[in-house]
Design a protein around this ligand. Structure first.
Ligand SMILES: [Zn+2]
Length: 186
């Protein structure tokens, strides 16, 4: 049901963008929003051209976190990403009795990204049970890199940072492209 998470998130984001959402963010993380974006990246508007409402994004992540399936770790996580066309996509972690096959929240978010029309992630917020910014695991940083690239912004405990700072010298599609070019060379 690809339309449901997106629709729910739009509603959640709209709800959270009011005064209470903004105060929640400053109270939870100390991150004020747009000013931190400009501080971290030199631009308040990421690649997609849409200003980042970090309060709404964080609220959307917290909302979907409450739908996480985490009966084993009791560590629910929500992730919300702003797409370059202005959509917000979300995901929650989904655990399994066979622990190793658990899905991180970012996995669901990236699946939702493609299921609802694709595009590029420009800003992402992940939150844990306390609603504070949570860092993606190593595997999920690779997922964010593939779908957002080096300029995708992430709300971290240390403020807004680009993926280039969170996955330095990353392996990505361009490595495969250069390998293919070498193979094609005479
Ligand atoms: Zn992960």
């Amino acid at each position: 049901m690809p339309s449901t998470p997106d629709g729910a998130t739009r509603a959640g984001a709209a709800h959270a963008s009011g005064a209470s959402g903004a105060s929640d963010v400053s109270g939870v993380s100390g991150v004020a929003g747009a000013s931190d974006v400009s501080h971290a990246s030199g631009a308040a508007i990421p690649d997609g051209g849409h200003a980042v409402d970090w309060a709404a994004l964080q609220a959307a992540a917290a909302e979907v976190r409450d739908r996480a399936y985490a009966p084993y770790s009791h560590f629910p996580v929500g992730a919300a990403g702003l797409v370059d066309d202005g959509r917000v996509v979300v995901g929650c972690n989904v655990e399994n009795a066979s622990y190793g096959v658990a899905l991180c929240a970012e996995c669901g978010m990236v699946s939702s990204l493609h299921a609802t029309g694709g595009g590029r992630l420009t800003a992402v917020s992940c939150v844990g049970d306390d609603g504070k910014p949570l860092m993606p695991c190593g595997r999920c940083r690779q997922l964010l890199w593939e779908n957002g690239g080096p300029t995708c912004l992430l709300l971290t405990p240390e403020g807004v940072l680009p993926m280039s700072a969170l996955l330095p010298q990353a392996f990505g599609p361009e490595q495969l492209d250069s390998a293919a070019e070498r193979a094609d060379a005479p």
